[in-house]
Design a protein around this ligand. Structure first.
Ligand SMILES: Cc1ncc(COP(=O)(O)O)c(C=O)c1O
Length: 383
């Protein structure tokens, strides 16, 4: 039966908060202190501990965390950072904020949508300062190879971990492999609070720089003056307002306790999708069954083998079956702002993936019936 109304019957993401989350936020509202303060500190400590990193610096977004990470890597005018184009624009835009140039490396292919280390190596030149890996959909990029490559060429490795909290390689969490990891708490992310981000690092200087620059490079913050710990401040650099506030931190701290359980549920859903969707002719299910155990399974990407059928499949799901999908991602190098700055470029594997990818509904409380409807819709669309 055709779907009615504007909202899809099965959305891409759905957020469900528990009473304790709402109480944590209400409690913060009652506390009389709403910006960077003790709740943020508590969240940072809990996050760092869960991640296994020395420092966690909470900020207003992952974009802000990426900007701070690139600055900490010393990226400035004239420098280049190698990034994937198969990502959300922020991975590349934050390089431009520093006055640097993003250099796009192609992905491995439609079975693994992460940046190809051989492509990265081929694009290293005298201006290269850093490499950023995006752990797409929660599946680790080739982190060990990239780590070794960056070491060999003396480059900083930055991890865009927006999709991959708690994902691991060899038992070590993503976001701890390079100079810094940038996490996102945007509304549709696994650990979400509406907006928010975090820079994780083991490097004391990087953490100090991020803490300073997130709040105007002031030597002391408002909370420390409020509590009488300091009375005045100096401004020692060109900082930003990248602060997170206490409401977001309280919500994040409350939700962090359920992060692993949420991811476990996503893995269960992912295994079912993999089993059912891999049987359908004309559909590519990327990654391998064994990758699921170490992925955070943020989203479920599939690729329509034939680019000419992509639009039909998307429209059928949405218009005939009320199922929302999204394209993760249009190629960044093809966006007009990037073509204007960097000219026309070709990254064939990224382009093919961008022309055929569909991200399909997944959220921890998705029901078996909803999942079945998604699978059936694909069978029908590709029959
Ligand atoms: C891969 C990736 N990097 C960076 C970002 C930016 O995150 P934020 O919206 O928290 O700035 C996102 C958000 O969608 C993302 O998916």
């Amino acid at each position: 039966m055709p779907a009615t109304g504007t909202f899809p019957e099965i959305p891409l993401f759905d957020l469900r908060l528990e009473p304790e989350d709402i109480e944590a936020v209400a409690d913060t509202l009652r506390s009389g202190w709403l910006t960077l303060g003790p709740r943020t500190q508590a969240f940072e400590e809990a996050f760092a501990e869960q991640l296994g990193a020395r420092h966690a610096v909470a900020v207003s977004s992952c974009t802000a965390a990426l900007h701070l990470a690139y600055l900490a890597a010393g990226v400035g005018p004239g420098d280049e950072v190698i990034v994937p184009s198969f990502t959300m624009a922020a991975t590349a835009s934050a390089v431009l904020y520093c006055g640097g140039t993003p250099v796009f490396a192609d992905i491995l292919g439609r079975h693994d949508l992460s940046i190809d280390p051989a492509e990265v190596e081929a694009r290293i030149g005298p201006k290269t300062k850093a490499v950023c890996v995006v752990h797409f959909a929660g599946y680790p990029g080739k982190i060990a190879e990239l780590h070794e490559l960056c070491d060999r060429y003396g480059l900083a490795l930055i991890e865009d971990v927006a999709h991959a909290p708690s994902a691991t390689v060899d038992g070590r969490k993503l976001g701890t492999w390079g100079l810094a990891g940038a996490f996102s708490f945007f509304s549709n992310k696994i650990l979400s609070s509406g907006e928010g981000g975090l820079l994780a690092t083991d490097d004391d200087d990087v953490a100090a720089l991020a803490r300073s620059l997130r709040s105007q490079a002031m030597t002391s913050g408002t909370w420390s003056r409020h509590t009488g710990a300091t009375s005045t401040y100096d401004v020692v650099g060109l900082g930003f307002n990248y602060r997170i506030d206490e409401l977001h931190s309280a919500l994040l701290l409350s939700r962090l306790a359920r992060l692993e359980a949420d991811i476990e549920r996503r893995r269960e859903l992912t295994r079912i999708y993999r089993r059912e969707l891999s049987r359908i002719d004309g559909l590519i299910v990327p990654y391998r069954d064994e990758d699921v155990d170490t992925s955070s399974c943020y989203v479920f990407p599939v690729l329509v083998d034939d680019p000419a059928r992509w639009e039909h499949v998307r429209d059928f799901l949405r218009q005939e079956r009320g199922i929302q999908t999204s394209l993760f991602y249009p190629a960044v190098h093809r966006f007009s702002a990037y073509v204007e700055r960097l000219g026309e470029q070709s990254r064939p594997k990224t382009e093919l993936a961008s022309e055929t990818e569909l991200t399909i509904p997944m959220f921890p409380h998705m029901t078996a019936e909803q999942q079945e409807r998604v699978v059936t819709a694909f069978e029908e669309a590709l029959a």
